[in-house]
Design a binder for this molecule. Structure first.
Ligand code: 6CS
Ligand code: FE
Length: 309
C-alpha cells in the first residue's frame, strides 16, 4: 500500500499538506451537528460541546470513573499504564471492550451519530482509554498528532478517524486540559527518528519518538494563531480530528483531570500493516480483530443496566 504520510525520517523533517478530506461529504442533514458546527470543525480540527451529558448523568460517569480506577489499582496488566516515577494510574486502555459501563457509553448515539456525520460512514472503535491525570502526580502528554503514531505504528491508512473525549472531572486551565493548535490538522508534520520495537512500553508514559520538532510546532502556531485549551465542566465532550496537533501539561493542582477517550475510525479505514518497520502494536491499543460497525443506542446513563433476564 502506498504510504501517503511517510514519517520517522532521518535528517530534516518536512511538513506535508493533508491529502484527505476533513469532513467526508456530510452536511447538517446527515447528523446532529449544524452546518456552523461542521464548518468550525473543518476549519479548526476540533469541536467542543459543553454539557452534552446532564448533571445527573455526570454523577453516574464519576461513580463509574472511580469504580474503574479502584478496580485497576495495583494491577500490572499491560493495558494499565502507570505514571513514570509513581504507582498512580496514567491510563486504562480498551475500556470499551473490558468494562461493561464504558462499553455501553461507547455506543451511545449522542456521540456515535456525531462521529458518523464527521467521518461520512459507519464507525467502529480503534482505541479507547481513560486518562486519569491525577492531582499533583498527573504527568504531561507532549505535543503530537495521534494520526502520525496510528499511521506509523498501527497502520491506519488515511486521516478518517476522530477522537471523542468525554470530560469526567471539570477541566480547568490549571489541571492539565487538552491544548490544541487550530488548523494544525491540515498539515502532516514528519517526525525525526527510527521507531524502537515495542515503542508503546515507553511512549504511553512519555512519548519522545513520533513528536514534532520545535520549528514545526512554531510554524503550526504561526499558521493557527493561538493555542486553544479544552476547558469546561464534566459532561462536556471534545471531538478532535485524528491529525490535530495537541498535548497537555502536567497537573500540579489538587484536582484530577480525568477524561475518557473513544477513537472512532471509519469502517472504511481499517488498519493495515504498520508503515514503520515494526510489529503491530497489541490489540488493547489498536483494535484489528472482529471489527464491526457500531449499532448506536439511545441511553439514559442514570438508568442502571438491567441484566438480561
Ligand atoms: O500512542 C497512542 O495511541 C496514544 N498516545 C497518545 C499520546 N495519544 C493517542 C493515544 O492515546
Ligand atoms: Fe493524543
Amino acid at each position: 500500500m502506498v504510504d501517503l504520510y511517510p514519517s520517522r525520517v532521518k535528517g530534516n523533517p518536512s511538513i506535508l499538506e493533508r491529502k484527505d478530506p476533513v469532513i467526508h461529504d456530510s452536511t447538517e442533514k446527515d447528523g446532529p451537528l449544524s452546518q456552523q458546527q461542521l464548518d468550525d470543525y473543518e476549519k479548526n480540527g476540533y469541536l467542543f460541546l459543553p454539557n452534552l451529558f446532564s448533571g445527573e448523568e455526570v454523577k453516574v460517569l464519576q461513580q463509574e470513573l472511580k469504580r474503574n480506577m479502584d478496580q485497576n489499582k495495583g494491577s500490572n496488566e499491560p493495558h494499565i499504564v502507570k505514571e513514570s516515577q509513581s504507582e498512580e494510574i496514567r491510563s486504562v486502555f480498551d475500556v470499551h471492550q473490558n468494562d461493561e459501563f464504558f462499553h455501553r457509553l461507547s455506543s451511545e448515539n449522542r456521540i456515535v451519530h456525531i462521529a458518523e456525520q464527521l467521518l461520512g460512514s459507519q464507525v467502529y472503535i480503534n482505541q479507547s482509554r481513560i486518562n486519569f491525570k491525577p492531582g499533583f502526580k498527573g504527568k504531561d502528554f507532549y505535543w503530537h498528532s495521534d494520526f502520525e503514531t496510528w499511521h506509523m505504528e498501527d497502520g491506519m491508512p488515511n486521516m478518517r478517524a476522530v477522537s471523542c473525549s468525554i470530560i469526567l472531572t471539570d477541566n480547568y486551565h490549571y489541571n492539565g486540559p487538552l491544548l490544541l493548535i487550530p488548523g494544525s490538522h491540515r498539515y502532516y508534520v514528519q517526525c525525526i527518528g527510527e521507531t524502537p520495537e515495542n515503542h508503546f512500553e515507553q511512549s504511553l508514559k512519555m512519548q519522545n519518538i513520533g513528536v514534532p520538532d520545535h520549528d514545526s510546532v512554531h510554524w503550526l502556531l504561526e499558521k493557527g494563531g493561538k493555542i486553544d485549551s479544552a476547558t469546561g465542566p464534566a459532561g462536556s465532550v471534545l471531538f478532535f480530528e485524528c491529525n490535530t496537533m495537541h498535548g497537555s501539561n502536567s497537573n500540579i493542582s489538587p484536582m484530577p483531570r480525568s477524561n475518557v477517550f473513544f477513537v472512532f475510525n471509519s469502517i472504511k479505514n481499517q488498519l493495515v500493516d504498520p508503515f514503520a518497520n515494526v510489529s503491530p502494536r497489541p490489540e488493547f491499543i489498536a483494535n484489528r480483530t472482529n471489527i464491526k460497525p457500531i449499532e448506536p443506542v439511545a441511553m439514559d446513563l442514570t438508568k442502571k443496566i438491567i441484566a438480561a433476564s
